[in-house]
Ligand binder design. Structure first.
Ligand code: ADP
Ligand code: ZN
Length: 666
């Protein structure tokens, strides 16, 4: 076994069948304090330890880090990790040091002396892991340095950054193909959570990994509950969702524009929820401060554009909410995947409406890029819309998209499984919408957006209806059998099904080739019913007990009597983290705290059996944890209390400042 810094003198844990014959497993127990490998981890680690190249596709939270950290610890030399996330390197290294692993990084945030120190440590073989940004690796000085030391493995994290089609392209990643030429004997492992076949192939090619073994893990995230609700008043819906299900929880809210990020963060803060904005338009210092608060505080909400999140491996993000439609399923899955890395129940919640469809279609049409790009973007959007409109299991649809086999019986932990949507025969409604579009065009030579179409169907004499004499059309008022929300829902679904299209800058509605088959009554149009009350509110535990075989979420809610102990440990953890200037999860994550209070250990040895408590952490924190637990036994000094559960119903909401809908014009 290779020495690993401060813990090398400690006795090795070799209990348990088979533990002694695998150095990798011994390292897992001793350093990380984990019982067993998850899924493909063991096979991957074995392959890389033996010197093989690997391409690892695993969802966010799947446990990619161990796949290169353990080979780096077991093989002689330093593991070099290429990561695009300079802002997070310090935390990554701190987390490893807290485990007793000798880790360092080199990036532009360091001064000369700090860098020299890391270089010296590397050259004298005192580092297990060295983190580098790709732009630094390219430098001749860095390559020279690396040539003078001993390297155990190259790990290329966030490997999809090499893909030019992806949204995270980093030109410096292209230079990484040289690693294989310069260090033919050092194994390379590329890791990503982006799973589509195209990205997969591009990574293999561009990183020059022709003989790498491919490990494709299951992309299922059973602890995440997927829900998509019709958008009515998104900020209010979000607030209700947070108040009813995520009081005091950390989470991320994604919005499309900087403006809506700002307004949503202000709205939440005004309603008593601690929230900060994050987008590319903010000053870099403010951005870094908000990110750091998110990592270091319990229960902060970040409202962000997609600029936020890559590499944020905070394990206890309890929800990810989308107030706007993501551009692709890949994006949606990566963003939602940031919830629940610790395996505890979490929610992926999205509000989605007609304007999302129209806005995204307009963006594609009026955006930059050639025809190929547009077609690709359209295909991405179509897949995303199909997910939103499905009456089948959402998880099933997601897994199928990534080429994996879903459980045909459904997952039991998504909205469509928990509350199967009703469908209705929307053929006549579809004909009414399409006829209105046809008549405007044929009889008047006009094109309008959805608002005007719905007003005509409902027979509303609005200013604009009168201005254009639309009350004279034969279709005027033929749709009073449905409500406005139902018409908007129908139009949204027609767009998603390709039976209607959006055109031009103003998002006017036009027919597609498929439309005529509906008008000629050659096909039926099944539609999902719009729920009467759009805000679905279900407690997390109720959702969990909905009972999918794979939804291993039942254990997550602590029994009431253990909550004070959990809160006491959280308070103790915050204190420790503050003293050391690290995020609380680096001390222990929530899952480990839960396991500790459930076991209620009486001794340090017993505490050491808890998953996530390795040797170094046991030595550093063992006594402190026991003392924090013991202080609870003193009834005169109750520590902590359960967070207020349930929603504050009937609260006054401030006025909304919604933007007018821009989708209606000639
Ligand atoms: P990824 O990089 O794939 O998003 P991480 O490597 O951050 O995932 O792992 C996610 C979480 O799972 C971390 O908190 C990690 O410590 C934990 N974890 C990983 N492997 C195991 C394991 N074998 N047993 C228990 N916990 C694990
Ligand atoms: Zn399901």
């Amino acid at each position: 076994m290779k020495a690993t810094g401060g813990i090398s003198e400690m006795p090795q844990v070799t209990e348990g069948p088979g533990a002694a014959d695998s150095e990798a497993l011994a390292t897992l127990h001793r350093i990380f304090g984990y019982e067993a490998f998850r899924g493909e981890q063991e096979a991957i680690i074995e392959h890389v330890v033996a010197g093989g190249d690997a391409l690892v596709l695993m969802p966010t939270g799947g446990g990619k880090s161990l796949c290169y950290q353990i080979p780096a610890l077991v093989r002689p030399g330093t593991g070099v990790v290429i990561s695009p996330l300079i802002a997070l390197m310090q935390d990554q290294v701190d987390a490893l040091r807290a485990l007793g692993v000798r880790a360092g990084f080199m990036n532009s945030t360091q001064d000369f002396d700090e860098r020299r120190l890391v270089e010296a440590e590397f050259l004298s073989g005192e580092l297990d892991l060295l983190y580098l940004a790709p732009e630094r690796l390219r430098l001749d000085t860095t390559l020279d340095l690396l040539s003078r030391g001993k390297i155990s493995v190259f790990a290329i994290d966030e490997a999809h950054c090499v893909s030019q089609w992806g949204h995270d392209f980093r030109p410096d990643y292209l230079a990484l193909s040289l690693l294989g030429e310069r260090w033919p004997d050092v194994p390379r492992i590329a890791l990503t959570a982006t799973a589509t076949r195209a990205t997969h192939q591009e990574i293999t090619q561009r990183l020059n990994l022709p003989t790498a073994r491919h490990f494709v893990a299951s992309f299922d995230r059973p602890n995440i509950q997927y829900r998509i609700v019709p958008k009515a008043d998104p900020k209010k819906q979000l607030l209700a969702f947070l108040r009813q299900e995520h009081v005091g929880d950390a989470g991320i809210v994604y919005c499309l524009s900087r403006n809506s990020v700002e307004r949503t963060a202000e709205f939440l803060a005004a309603n008593g929820i601690e929230a900060v904005p994050y987008h590319a338009g903010l000053d870099a210092g403010v951005r870094a401060a908000h990110q750091s608060r998110f990592l270091r505080e319990d229960g902060l909400v970040v409202v962000a554009t997609i600029a936020f999140g890559m590499g944020i491996d905070k394990p206890d993000v309890r929800f990810v909410a989308h107030l706007d439609l993501p551009k692709s399923i890949e994006g949606y899955y990566q963003e939602t995947g940031r919830a629940g890395r610790d395996g505890q129940p979490s929610t992926a919640w999205m509000a989605y409406g007609l304007n999302d469809v129209i806005q995204q279609r307009k963006l594609i049409q009026s955006g930059e890029g050639d025809e190929v790009f547009r077609r690709r973007a359209s295909a991405h959007l179509d897949a995303m819309l199909a997910l939103c409109e499905t009456a089948q299991c959402r998880r099933g649809q997601l897994l199928a998209y990534f080429g994996q086999d879903p459980d045909p019986a459904g997952c039991g932990n998504c909205d469509t499984c928990l509350t199967p949507p009703e469908t209705w025969d929307g053929t006549i409604a579809a004909q009414k919408v399409l006829s209105t579009v046809v008549r405007l065009q044929r009889e008047r030579g006009q094109k309008f957006g959805a608002v005007q179409i719905v007003d005509i169907l409902l027979g509303k004499r609005t200013g604009k209806v009168i201005q254009f004499d639309h009350d004279q059309l034969s279709v005027f008022g033929i749709g009073t059998d449905l409500t406005e929300a139902e018409w908007r829902g129908a139009i949204r679904q027609l767009l998603a099904q390709g039976l209607l299209a959006v055109e031009g800058e103003y998002g006017t509605l036009v027919l597609t080739e498929e439309s005529s088959s509906v008008l000629r009554r050659e096909r039926e149009v099944p539609l999902r019913k719009e729920p009467k009350k759009p805000a679905v509110a279900r407690s997390r535990s109720a959702g969990a007990s909905g009972g999918g075989s794979k939804a291993k979420v039942a254990a997550a809610e602590l029994p009431d009597e253990l909550v004070p102990a959990f809160e006491a440990l959280r308070a103790w953890r915050t204190e420790q983290a503050r003293e050391q200037g690290v995020p609380p999860y680096i001390v222990f994550n929530d899952a480990t705290l839960r396991a500790i209070v459930t076991l209620n250990p009486a001794s340090v040895t017993e505490l050491g059996t808890v998953s996530g408590v390795g040797e170094k952490k046991l030595a550093t924190y063992g006594e402190g944890v026991l003392a924090a637990l013991a202080s609870l036994d003193d009834p005169a000094d109750p520590v902590g209390s359960a967070p207020a559960a349930g929603a504050a119903q009937g609260t006054d909401w401030p006025e909304q400042d919604e933007e007018p809908e821009p989708d209606d014009w000639i």
